[in-house]
Design a protein around this ligand. Structure first.
Ligand SMILES: Nc1nc2c(ncn2[C@@H]2O[C@H](COP(=O)(O)OP(=O)(O)OP(=O)(O)O)[C@@H](O)[C@H]2O)c(=O)[nH]1
Ligand SMILES: [Mg+2]
Length: 441
């Protein structure tokens, strides 16, 4: 996705990272490079100018010259300004009304029909709606209604159209149909146009007047050039858009023109299309996009994965026990299990920005081996031993656990010592005697 712009930006960011110290001349040089990269990626000149101006002002103003951590500060300024240009914060589409009505508009071939079906799939999967309705309202292209019908079939979504070649009437009848069949979301797929065309624009205005949509989304192809900005402007003037959806970001499109629309029109990007399949739709997060473009890793996707896999209640309980100094071997075991759910440690660590090339694989394997030994040993303990670790000092208990787990006395002692050290650190941390540092536990 956005390979072109990513590669160029990352090169510049690497340059910043490699410098021991950064002076004004360095900032100006990097900005010149970034400016060129953005222009070549088809970002609008107005947006590029604003972006470079803001970064320059902030970077020179922040008095970073001569300070520690200059690299991080400069990169953060780049990230913040890029996020600003891309729309500041994520725009959540709420389906508060029943039914919520969404109207899809855009040029020919931009992806309206596919995206209409993707949206129905997305909202159903997230359980934000139960029974969406797809409405085939493109009366011009012969196969258009059939295309949407097939997509609706594929996703087992309700579908409505009417033979009559009157788009306003179809939209009106669709609302009546939705009322009867209790659809809580209605997505209307309208006809595409090669270029702005007054007759079709009038039709869209009429549909809007008839159905009062809650959202009108302009679907924009990432491969479009600069003229798409003008097209979007006219759509916005005529219909007052609520958001744009940029499709085909999985292709090798430069994407800059589509990404410029947000800032120029103050219309947020709500979703991005990242594949032909119906699952190829993602919520657009300006900050994550900025991070991806700047090569800062994808730690948020990692966190999302964690929140899907990890048992939150369990983590809260463990967290509480850690800070209250009541951490026992059950908790240690539970935390190990949660970590394991995320996959191999090596893979997890690689998703953390800046770590990919720096992981000491031997150390990781050692840690994974240690976790395995802990697990065997803890599994051979009785409940009371897990709760009151002091009991582990008792030699007959130790004998029994060693026999049960098949581990050596050395490994047993390692667990006891490690656990005592962890418990002490947590206690000290909770009482404020200690600051948590990476690599402590
Ligand atoms: N790779 C990729 N292809 C997409 C994406 N979205 C749509 N397409 C493809 O783009 C082509 C056009 O999509 P449609 O949904 O038919 O576009 P439309 O805007 O409805 O087109 P008209 O109805 O003719 O105006 C199809 O081949 C889609 O599969 C996407 O996010 N990624
Ligand atoms: Mg279509």
């Amino acid at each position: 996705m956005l390979d072109f712009i990513q590669k160029r930006m990352q090169k510049s960011m690497d340059k910043i990272n490699k410098k021991m110290s950064i002076n004004e001349e360095d900032i100006l040089e990097i900005l010149r490079e970034v400016k060129l990269a953005l222009l070549e990626a088809d970002v609008s000149l107005e947006v590029v100018k604003l972006f470079t101006k803001q970064v320059k002002e902030k970077a020179l103003d922040s008095k970073i010259i001569g300070k520690l951590n200059q690299q991080q500060t400069v990169i953060k300024i780049f990230k913040d300004e890029l996020t600003n240009i891309l729309g500041k914060k994520t725009c959540e589409v709420e389906l508060k009304k029943i039914p919520t009505k969404i109207m899809m508009v855009g040029l020919q071939g931009s992806g309206k029909t596919t995206t209409a079906a993707k949206l129905a799939t997305f909202f159903k999967k997230k359980k934000l709606c139960q029974n969406p309705l797809l409405v085939g309202d493109d009366i011009y292209r012969p196969a258009a209604r059939e295309q949407l019908k097939q997509l609706a079939n594929q996703t087992q979504t309700d579908y409505f159209t009417h033979d009559e070649n009157n788009a306003v009437l179809i939209a009106k009848k669709a609302l009546e149909f939705a009322e009867k069949s209790k659809n809580d979301l209605i997505i209307i797929d309208t006809a595409g146009r090669l270029a702005i065309d007054e007759i079709l624009m009038q039709e869209l205005r009429d549909i809007k007047k008839e159905i009062h949509p809650d959202y009108i989304f302009l679907v924009v192809d990432a491969m479009s050039g600069q003229d798409v900005i003008n097209v979007a402007k006219i759509f916005h003037e005529e219909l007052q858009l609520n958001g744009t959806i940029i499709t085909k970001l999985d292709s090798d499109a430069r994407g800059g023109a589509a990404l410029s629309i947000t800032h120029l029109l103050e219309v947020p990007i709500v979703f991005i299309g990242v594949g032909e399949k119906l699952s190829g739709l993602e919520v657009f997060h300006p900050d994550r996009m900025a991070e991806r473009i700047l090569g800062m890793g994808d730690v948020l996707t990692l966190i999302e994965k964690a929140s899907e896999e990890v048992d939150e209640k369990m983590m809260k309980k463990i967290g509480y026990k850690m800070v209250s100094g009541k951490f026992d071997l059950n908790d240690l075991m539970n935390s190990l299990q949660q970590i394991k759910k995320l996959g191999k440690m090596k893979t997890i660590l690689k998703m953390i920005p800046g770590l990919a090339g720096k992981i000491d694989e031997a150390k990781i394997e050692e840690a994974e081996e240690k976790f395995k030994i802990y697990t065997y040993l803890i599994n051979s303990m009785t409940e009371i031993e897990k709760k009151i670790p002091k009991l582990l000092k008792n030699s007959s208990r130790k004998e029994r656990i060693l026999k049960g787990s098949g581990r050596s006395a050395r490994e047993y002692n390692m667990l006891v010592t490690d656990f005592e050290r962890m418990a002490k650190q947590m206690k000290d941390f909770a009482s404020g005697k200690l600051q948590m540092k990476p690599g402590m536990i």
